[in-house]
Design a protein around this ligand. Structure first.
Ligand SMILES: O=c1ccn([C@H]2C[C@H](O)[C@@H](CO)O2)c(=O)[nH]1
Length: 137
């Protein structure tokens, strides 16, 4: 990604994450999450959480979005946006942080919600000293 994350792109990413939550399959938690990812190619993918009757197999919105990008051949993520239907923003869970690290150790991570607050941080701040592909070289 050579160009910075300008405000138009950020707005698109945020509205994509918000609308992705509409497809959430969350019959158990009722917590409907949406995510969008901007890949270094410039392509945007989205995802929602997909739950399962065997609760441990629930997949978060962030991972759904990233796996969708990976399935399309993408390998490098520039920014991740997660939307939760809450008053305060929510950062990705530990499992999602590890998956984001696989494809974007330098990724920006932006959390938005229904309230005015937002969190703009980086994957490396959320998962310092991460284990990743470099450790297997
Ligand atoms: O950042 C998050 C946090 C939680 N969830 C999902 C997982 C589960 O389906 C539900 C409750 O944890 O919300 C996400 O998709 N992303």
């Amino acid at each position: 990604m050579n160009s910075p994350l300008n405000s138009a792109l950020l707005h698109e990413l945020e509205s994509t994450a918000r609308s992705a939550a509409a497809a959430a399959y969350a019959p158990y938690s009722k917590f409907r999450v949406g995510a969008s990812v901007l890949m270094d190619s410039g392509r945007i993918f989205h995802g929602c959480n997909v739950e399962n009757a065997s609760y441990g197999l629930c997949n978060c919105a962030e991972r759904t979005a990233l796996f969708s990008a990976a399935a399309a051949g993408e390998r490098s993520v520039h920014a991740v946006v997660v939307y939760t239907p809450t008053a305060a923003p929510t950062t990705p869970c530990g499992a999602c942080r590890q998956v984001i690290n696989e494809f974007g150790p330098d990724a920006l991570v932006i959390s938005i919600c229904d309230g005015p607050d937002r969190i703009e941080t980086t994957l490396s701040a959320l998962l310092p000293a991460a284990f990743g592909p470099k450790n297997l070289l």
